[in-house]
Design a protein around this ligand. Structure first.
Ligand code: F3S
Length: 289
């Protein structure tokens, strides 16, 4: 049995950077507290927890002497200010791709232009970006919500970094009906999600079983599962090696593996080694038979 890894999988650049920044702060002996879970992966959160990293839900919970972490999603300028006032140090791990969207929104608002962000209004990244264009920004999910927008002043249209390109461009097109001014459309979708999906799609048709390693609450992992299921009926989203049912591997010649953008390398390695081990066992039992 062969185990094949997708060409792109696991931590995206922004998440990897955030984890490295937190590890560096821990290495300096800081008491590190992340505003919201640093990543959507229970196992990695557990590992960081063993190094003393804890999670808070409100900036008010941070105390002097502690290091506050802004995760890759970013926060509003107000929240950032509050953290800077309360904490002894702030580690700003906002992904640079998100910072770019924040800056674009802030610049447009300074010129009194409207900003339409295509994404989920309750997603932390969207709440953060909206905060950079107070009284000027609207967050809408897709083109069906364009009708609810007021007339727009030379709008800037940007996207949540993880949405589908089609949703973004269809919405941007529909927004043109809402203004007599100029519409500036800037595609701020990050390629990390798409790259992982493309790589999974390329592999799914070649394997008998596909394991997607990722958190059940990680939306990009759930999307990867859907992509794999299109071509490989036996696709499974797993968080740990214990969730692998050996019976699913019976008769499998090729097993595909990919992982969501919040899945750490050490966990992927552990699971791949386990699948390899199971494969060797079944090969041996076939030889004995
Ligand atoms: Fe950044 Fe893209 Fe990851 S925006 S946090 S590199 S998915």
């Amino acid at each position: 049995m062969q185990v094949l890894l997708a060409d792109e999988y696991g931590f995206c650049f922004g998440v990897e950077r955030a984890v490295e920044m937190v590890e560096e702060a821990v290495g300096h002996g800081d008491t590190v507290r992340s505003l919201g879970p640093l990543i959507h992966n229970e196992q990695e959160m557990q590992r960081l927890g063993e190094h003393g990293v804890t999670t808070i839900s409100e900036p008010v919970q941070i105390k002097r002497g502690e290091t506050a972490v802004i995760r890759a999603h970013g926060v509003t300028p107000d929240v950032q200010r509050e953290l800077e006032e309360k904490a002894s140090k702030v580690v700003d791990a906002t992904c640079p791709f998100v910072t770019r969207v924040q800056k674009l929104a802030a610049r447009a608002a300074e010129k009194d232009r409207h900003v339409v962000i295509v994404g989920s209004p309750d997603h932390p990244e969207m709440i953060g970006v909206k905060g950079y264009a107070p009284d000027h920004a609207f967050v809408i999910r897709d083109e069906t919500e364009v009708a609810g927008l007021p007339r727009l002043r030379n709008p800037l249209v940007v996207s949540q970094t993880t949405i589908k390109a089609k949703t973004f461009f269809d919405t941007a097109e529909a927004i043109k009906t809402k203004t007599d001014g100029e519409v500036q459309v800037v595609n701020t979708i990050c390629s990390a999600t798409r790259d992982r999906q493309d790589a999974a799609r390329a592999l799914a048709g070649m394997v008998d079983v596909f394991y997607i390693i990722g958190g059940r609450h990680s939306s990009n992992s759930v999307k990867l599962l859907a992509v794999c299921e299109e071509q490989c009926r036996k696709s499974y989203l797993i968080e740990t090696k214990d969730e692998i049912d050996v019976a699913d591997l019976a008769g499998a010649e090729r097993v595909g593996v990919t992982a969501g953008a919040s899945t750490p390398q050490w966990l992927i390695r552990k699971i791949v080694e386990h699948i390899d081990h199971l494969g060797k066992l079944s090969d041996e039992s076939l030889t004995l038979a």
